[in-house]
Ligand binder design. Structure first.
Ligand code: UD1
Ligand code: UDP
Length: 357
């Protein structure tokens, strides 16, 4: 049977890697890359490093307003589906590429498989929240990473086709962490183990507000220890637009280009703490038992907060640095995101789509 997988943004390249490896043993997979992320260090590097099969279709949609970007994807994915006639469409997460893939399939009555279903921030101002809610409500198979996600779906009346399988990002971590340690070395970044903070910031709520972005950068500069900041292109554009570059001059913050996945997980593992607004990075901090400070008002990954490894800090907190530097005890509660075999469970459940045949 043929399955069309739609991806387009950095976190989706990381999620597709473990699933595709298993999926291809049983199904004919066609990969469609919408091109939502297109810089080499936001896209190509992951295909090369994680051995992801090259996309069968590169739609090259690129950056635009939400409507234009999603609309162009929808139109182009529909053409692919007309040509390929797949038995199912597989989408990941909550980006505009996810929604476009799901919508295109839904209108053609092709069953949708949603990996990372049921996540909710309950903040409809986030574009991702709208993308996830819509995608879940038109999906046939919903692979939830946690019990919370299953319960969120159930509260919205979605109970059929829901499977709690764990998190494919944990699969990716288990598969790659030793490789990362073999291939890269923290000293190559000019850093010492556990003597620096790693930060990533890209969420629209933080980057599209000058005061918040300024407060975050000032907090990082007030930490008085090395901070390494692989800068998302969105944040780079906004920092230039707002004239905030001076905060970084002669500070402890080292801005670098976005890094590969293996470099990133090594930087995470060796950090004293991680300061982020990324969804994936919050989970990775927990996987690696590194304290995480999430600069947001809420998180979809409530388990990471409840177990003590992740702390939510409102990005407009006046003394963010102080809150970050406060030490606290964190007992490790294992397996909150499954056992590292989410991809296998997903692939073996896909056949339920055709169980009546
Ligand atoms: C998108 C997702 C977000 C996800 C993030 C992962 C949506 C609505 N948002 O946000 O959920 O967490 O990806 O990183 O789908 N840009 C480049 N080069 C690139 C990509 C982007 O320069 O390769 C710049 C452009 O100025 C672009 C901006 O970044 O306008 C934002 O890119 P976009 O894909 O629209 O959203 P992200 O903020 O990356
Ligand atoms: N990541 C990476 N290089 C970087 C920053 C992040 O490989 O420079 C990885 C990170 O380890 C995680 C994923 O990208 O696996 C998270 O993606 P992102 O933060 O862009 O999106 P989100 O998870 O917030 O949707």
């Amino acid at each position: 049977k043929k399955i069309v997988t739609v991806v387009g943004a950095r976190p989706q390249f990381i999620k597709v890697a473990p699933v595709s490896r298993v999926l291809r043993k049983q199904y004919h997979e066609i990969i469609v890359n919408t091109g939502q992320h297109y810089d080499a260090n936001m896209a190509d590097v992951f295909f090369q490093q994680l051995d992801i099969p090259l996309p069968d279709y590169n739609l090259g949609v690129g950056s635009a307003t939400h409507g234009k970007q999603t609309g162009q994807m929808l139109q182009m994915i529909e053409s692919v589906l007309i040509d390929e006639k797949p038995e199912a469409v597989l989408v990941y997460g909550d980006t505009n590429s996810t929604l476009a893939g799901a919508l295109a399939a839904s209108k053609m009555h092709i069953p949708i498989i949603h990996v990372e279903a049921g996540l909710r921030s309950f903040n409809k101002k986030m574009p991702e929240e709208v993308n996830r809610v819509m995608t879940d409500h038109i999906s046939t198979l919903l692979f939830a990473p946690t019990d919370t996600a299953v319960s969120n779906l159930s509260k919205e009346g979605i109970v059929n086709g829901v499977y709690q399988v764990g998190d494919v990002m944990y699969d990716a971590m288990i598969y790659n962490i030793e490789l990362a340690q073999q291939r890269y070395c923290i000293e190559d970044f000019g850093l010492k183990s556990k003597q620096y903070y790693l930060s990533t910031i890209h969420r629209a709520e933080n980057t599209d507000n000058r005061d918040l972005l300024k407060n975050i950068l000032l907090a990082l500069s007030n930490l008085n220890v090395d901070v390494i900041l692989p800068l998302h292109p969105r944040t780079k554009v906004k920092m230039n637009e707002y004239g905030l570059g001076n905060i970084l001059e002669s500070s402890n913050i080292r801005v670098i280009e976005p890094v590969s996945y293996l470099e990133m997980i090594l930087l995470e593992q060796q950090a004293r703490g991680i300061i982020t607004d990324s969804g994936g990075v919050q989970k990775e901090a927990y996987f690696l038992q590194v304290p995480c400070y999430t600069l947001r008002t809420e998180t979809e990954w409530v388990e990471t907060v409840n177990c003590g490894w992740n702390q939510l800090l409102h990005p407009d907190t006046p003394d963010l640095a102080h809150a970050i530097l406060r030490e606290c005890e964190r007992p490790y509660i294992p397996n909150l995101f499954g056992d590292g075999r989410a991809s296998e469970k997903i692939v073996s459940s896909i056949r339920t789509l055709w169980r009546t045949e």
